[in-house]
Design a protein around this ligand. Structure first.
Ligand code: BMA
Length: 326
């Protein structure tokens, strides 16, 4: 039977599927879990990363301030639902000062690789590119070289080396609110020099017809890497952000085994449809418990607040396989 490879998390946030819901993914009943004013200076808190930390959880949060600049703040939680977010933004330590120019930062992802946590984010450095940092305690963060030249968004590290190298998904783009975008895969021996770039997948029909981008850290399963990804449709009123899932080959993650034709989630609740940017669900983190197959997905809503949704791996895999366009 297909299963999640590792990572038992008995304290994963969880609610069973509501009786009146037949979808493969369902929302936490007290969404949004993080309000827009979670820090004294925040205009909005969304598109954020959460990981297991000690006997609870830690995270890196996108907090847009009241100047309307985008910054990263660390935060902690006992239950993965109620977070204390630091009022001050993360001040990165730059081991090489030339590498560390930082104008604004957004859409963080976080994961544990070998002996420390890594954070990647969209770093404004003469245009958006992928910032990389590591931390042991979510208090002190060491910023490394940007992974790519501008313009690139949605840099998402795999949680272990592949083919002996660190591995990352990303989405090359342009300076603005890019109206196109394919997902690519890259490897690095040292998290500094990135190469072996491989095409993974492009937009296709419907909800994923304009652009796509990788979301949370990929989850290793016996059948491949489970990747949640966002997909954008251009409506007469602008972009609509959804998300779906794909399964990528374990050793050659640029090979797509399955990919959902229908979305897993579209913006439907008020807090997903109304906010600073309407009609956006944007996942940046997913916790999983290998023992039960439970998965909790953290996603930004309408570029304003943060929510959680749940799914169960066995059912999700069946859904992906029976609704695949790959
Ligand atoms: C994308 C990113 C995300 C944002 C989304 C919708 O291009 O900027 O941070 O959630 O647009 O505005």
């Amino acid at each position: 039977m297909a299963k999640l490879i590792s990572g038992n998390l008995p304290n994963i946030p969880w609610q069973p599927r509501p009786r009146d819901c037949s979808d493969v993914i369902w929302r936490h009943d007290a969404n949004p879990i993080i309000p827009r004013n979670a820090t004294p200076t925040s205009n909005s808190v969304f598109n954020s990363a959460v990981v297991p930390y000690k006997d609870g959880f830690a995270g890196v949060f996108r907090c847009d301030d009241k100047v309307r600049q985008m910054h990263l703040h660390a935060g902690f939680s006992r239950d993965g639902l109620k977070f204390d977010i630091e009022p001050e933004r993360i001040q990165f330590i730059h081991d090489n000062p030339d590498a560390g120019e930082y104008e604004e930062a957004y859409d963080p992802r976080a994961c544990w690789i070998e002996d420390r946590y890594y954070v990647t984010w969209c770093n404004l450095y003469h245009g958006p590119t992928i910032g990389v940092a590591h931390t042991q305690n979510f208090k002190t963060f060491h910023q490394l070289e940007n992974a790519f030249l501008p313009h690139n968004r949605n840099g998402v590290l795999f949680p272990r080396k592949i083919n002996g190298n660190y591995a990352m998904l990303s989405r090359p783009s342009d300076t603005g609110h890019t109206a196109f975008g394919d997902i690519f895969y890259s490897e690095s021996p040292d998290l500094c020099f990135w190469g072996k770039h491989r095409f993974v997948m492009a937009p296709t029909v419907g909800w994923q017809s304009t652009k796509i981008g990788p979301g949370p850290t990929p989850i290793e399963t016996s059948e491949g890497w489970l990747v949640f990804y966002h997909g954008v449709l251009t409506s007469c009123n602008g972009f609509v952000y959804h998300y779906g899932a794909a399964l990528l080959d374990l050793d050659k993650p640029w090979k797509v085994i399955y990919r959902t034709k229908p979305y897993l989630m579209s913006p439907q609740r008020d807090y997903e449809c109304v906010g600073d940017v309407p009609n956006v669900v944007f996942p940046c983190a997913a916790l999983h418990d290998a023992a039960t197959g439970r998965i909790a997905i953290y996603y930004g809503c309408a570029d304003t607040v943060t929510s959680v949704a749940y799914t169960e791996f066995g059912e999700l895999l069946d859904f992906i396989k029976s609704n695949s366009i790959a």
